[in-house]
Write a protein that binds this ligand. Structure first.
Ligand code: CP
Ligand code: NVA
Length: 313
């Protein structure tokens, strides 16, 4: 049995397999064909943080695959009143076939997975957001900005906070072999542990990963530019300080003009215009941004079907 806790546990081949199932099912879905790949399977979805995309994409996804999604907010279940995560895991995994969790510390997710009898999917933690990266890679492929066979032709620039999204981009680049330039303000760098791991994987994948402090240097000649909120869920009290510290890190027209002419702009959403991205850049790139959001549905269907297949093997 496999869990999907972070991309560090996944090979390039496995990511490719998951996405190829996702692409196939996307094609079927667009043609109005809904095959019951996960007939009668129950997906429990535990949310300790807010969500729009993750909730809707997993719930619609499992329903379209012939299964059923159960939305569990920690505000309503005993977990939120202090029931241990390991007991919650033992109970839920005795009834459901798959579990998705959105929580704070990665260790909470790992504790759940340790006691779960069924595959557990990371729906975002403070450390990483691997399902978002599945959708982002799918989007880069669709817009012809990434090819699994020629990864070194792609350069992605990430501008902003060294947060869960930045960590996920770093791990993805290091596994898949594309180049990545990350620019963060001082004090907001990507985790040392993630940097170390990435350099280790990059030896094999040949990815070139650079950690910078200058957004211009990062964006220059990039094929894809991406960013994320400066204030992640759980950091609300730091908002004022962060807005000051991130001055100069907004992806605006001037910054975007340094990237390749036809560069994509991706954002996992929700986006805060006037902070990490300007209204102008956002609206100019709405097509790829909302394809990226929709691809959460298709990529995660690929993931759920793939995880189920591993159970049978
Ligand atoms: N990108 C993303 O995970 O969005 P939600 O927080 O709305 O789920
Ligand atoms: N970094 C953001 C991502 C939201 C999808 C957060 O953790 O709030």
């Amino acid at each position: 049995m496999r869990h999907f806790l972070w991309l560090i546990d996944y090979t390039k081949e496995e990511i490719k397999e998951i996405l190829s199932i996702g692409f196939e099912i996307k094609k079927e879905t667009k043609a109005g064909v809904f095959k019951p790949y996960l007939k009668n399977k129950q997906l429990a979805m535990i949310f300790e943080k807010s969500s729009t995309r993750t909730r809707v994409s997993f719930e619609v996804g499992i329903n379209q695959l012939g299964g059923n999604g159960i939305f569990l907010s920690s505000r309503d279940i005993q977990l939120g009143r202090g029931e241990p995560i390991k007991d919650t895991a033992r109970v839920i995994s005795s009834m459901a076939d798959l579990v998705m969790i959105r929580t704070f510390g990665q260790e909470r997710l790992e504790e759940f997975a340790k006691y779960s009898k069924v595959p557990v999917i990371n729906g975002l933690t403070d450390l990483c957001h691997p399902v978002q990266l599945l959708a982002d890679i799918m989007t880069m492929i669709e817009f012809e900005k990434f090819d699994f066979d020629k990864p070194s032709q792609t350069t992605v620039a990430y501008v902003g906070d060294g947060n869960n999204m930045a960590n996920s981009w770093v791990v993805s680049a290091s596994k898949l072999g594309f180049n990545l330039k990350i620019a963060t303000p001082k004090g907001y760098e990507v985790d040392d542990f993630i940097q170390k791991k990435a350099f280790e994987f990059a030896k094999e994948s040949k990815a070139k990963i650079e950690f910078l402090y200058d957004p211009k240097e990062a964006v220059r000649e990039a094929d894809v530019v991406t960013t994320d909120t400066w204030v992640s869920m759980g950091q609300e009290e730091e908002k004022e300080k962060r807005i000051k510290d991130f001055k100069g890190f907004e992806v605006d027209k001037n910054l975007m003009s340094l990237a390749k002419k036809d560069a994509l702009f991706l954002h996992c959403l929700p986006a805060y215009r006037g902070y990490e991205v300007s209204e102008e850049v956002f609206e100019e790139h709405a097509e790829e941004i909302f394809t990226e959001a929709e691809n959460r549905l298709h990529a995660q269907k690929g993931l759920m079907v793939w995880l189920e297949k591993q159970q049978k093997n």
